[in-house]
Design a binder for this molecule. Structure first.
Ligand code: MN
Length: 483
């Protein structure tokens, strides 16, 4: 099977099953309450989940205790697997996303039977009994849908947006939704609320991985009003299919496994850990437990629709899956902005797992002449402009493997002098989920989420290049010796 035949989650699973080591299926019963995530932590979650963890296969749990619905996690929890699913290569992923961004295809709304509506469930229902939403740790506020793609439309302009937001189940037909300030659907919600109206939303779960990746582009690459589904269409060279919801004026992804249709209620708020009072939400992408929010908007679920024999897709929170989802679109955004200002110099970018794909970027820069000296730091400043939540940039030369942390640390050791190779940019707005970005950590931080952005310039000064030639070994075809 070829990756071009992937149109939904089940075809992605079929593709992965055909490649050794990319998918593990188990019939061993597993509890969605903390146990499932505990298993996957050891099998494939990856950094920044606390050790022991590793990068491994995706995992399909066929027998989830108390439910008839299977759960799959870790579809994108390896860069190699992500490349396979997109018919790309580890080092080409951001370039292929960029090409998709430049050749977008608008989604189409299909008439008639949508696969995601093979089964329609109307109220009264109890989400908690029907769908095995995992609770990832013992301290989580409750069970979460965390691979739910929200789609909503601007109540004034009709422009649409898709974004993944964490959804905690608060009752048989109620969810809380957490928006980091500034997110596009939250802006639609606030507009609707000012008009005293509910905002119709669809929540599509279990889809073609290309849709999830495209949805994770952020401004300025995809400003308010930009439909990220057009990028998914570009990636697959065919439009994403949408279906009209059955209970609200919204559209959902037609080939999703499960769709929750609902409305964000105006003026209504719920405490995120209303029912558990644990004080925490769920594990956040930087690897720490998120604090439960005091007052979150509420989604009233009006209908559940799903395919026959649906599969719930989930993510454990931090780890390699988040790194790829957040990081690869960010790499594309950085490449795009730097390339437009200094063509040919930035060879590649890697948004490292240590920052969950957001906080740490490694830029591989080629200085072509003495006149390029210093432009590597300009590229780093441009990267901060391309992605506001970026905190650290490590600059390396083109002879360093940016995916190999040993090699990057070698560059930081032999091509870096702390006092002259470091650039501090204190007091810049960054991201609230890094616990070091707080006033009690540093006198230069005036408020939570402000940080000292830092450039670690591990490139060789151009005038000294001769001294920094790496020892060259003979090139051989090694297969003869390995048998
Ligand atoms: Mn958007």
């Amino acid at each position: 099977m070829s990756p071009s035949e992937i149109t939904d989650l089940r075809s992605a699973l079929e593709f992965l099953a055909s490649i050794p080591g990319q998918l593990v299926s188990t019939r061993e019963p597993v509890d969605p309450f903390a146990e499932l995530a505990g298993v996957y932590k050891l099998v494939g979650a990856g950094t920044p989940v606390a050790p022991p963890t590793r990068t491994g296969p995706a995992m399909l749990f066929e027998c989830v205790k108390g439910y008839s619905m299977p759960v799959v996690t870790g579809i994108l929890a390896s860069r190699e697997r992500t490349a396979l699913l997109l018919d790309s290569r580890v080092d080409r992923l951001p370039f292929d996303l960029l090409a998709a961004l430049e050749h977008p295809r608008a989604p189409v709304t299909i008439a008639g039977d949508a696969p995601c509506q093979e089964v329609v469930i109307r109220p009264p229902f109890d989400l908690r009994r029907l769908i095995p939403a995992p609770t990832n740790t013992l301290l989580d506020a409750g069970p979460y849908f965390n691979m739910g793609l929200l789609r909503a439309e601007d109540p004034e302009t009709g422009e649409s947006d898709v974004t993944i937001h964490r959804l905690c189940i608060q009752g048989p037909d109620r969810l809380s939704v957490y928006f980091v300030p500034g997110r596009h659907i939250d802006q639609f919600r606030m507009k609707a609320e000012r008009m005293g109206r509910a905002l119709a939303v669809s929540i599509s779960m279990g889809m073609d991985p290309a849709i999830y990746l495209a949805a994770c582009f952020e401004p300025p690459t995809t400003p308010l009003g930009f439909d990220e589904l057009t990028i998914a269409g570009g990636l697959r060279r065919r439009p994403v299919e949408l279906a009209e919801c059955v209970s609200v004026a919204a559209k959902a992804v037609a080939r999703a496994e499960i769709v929750l249709e609902g409305e964000i209620l105006p003026g209504e708020r719920v405490r995120e850990d209303e029912h558990t009072r644990t004080g925490y939400a769920m594990p956040e992408f930087p690897g720490y437990l998120g604090i439960a929010q005091a007052a979150l908007p509420v989604i009233q679920v009006k209908a559940i629709t799903h395919r026959r024999d649906p599969i719930l897709q989930t993510i454990v929170g931090p780890g390699e899956e988040h790194t790829n989802l957040a990081g690869i679109p960010t790499e594309a955004s950085i490449l795009r902005l730097v390339e437009s200002s200094m063509p040919g110099r930035l060879r590649n970018v890697y948004c490292h797992s240590a920052g969950g794909g957001k906080y740490l970027a490694i830029l591989q820069f080629r200085k072509e002449s003495e006149r390029d000296e210093g432009r590597q730091r300009q590229a780093a400043l441009t990267a901060f402009a391309a992605f506001a939540e970026l905190k650290h940039v490590i600059l390396v030369d083109e002879d360093v493997n940016l995916y190999d942390s040993n090699d990057v640390l070698w560059a930081m050791t032999t091509r870096y002098q702390g006092d002259v190779s470091t650039v501090f940019l204190p007091g810049v707005r960054c991201h609230p989920l890094d616990p070091s970005q707080s006033p009690d950590f540093s006198p230069s931080i005036p408020a939570q989420g402000v940080s000292c952005k830092t450039i670690f310039d591990c490139t060789v000064p151009y005038r000294l290049k001769e001294r920094f030639q790496r020892a060259e070994f003979m090139e051989v075809d090694v297969r003869k010796w390995l048998g």
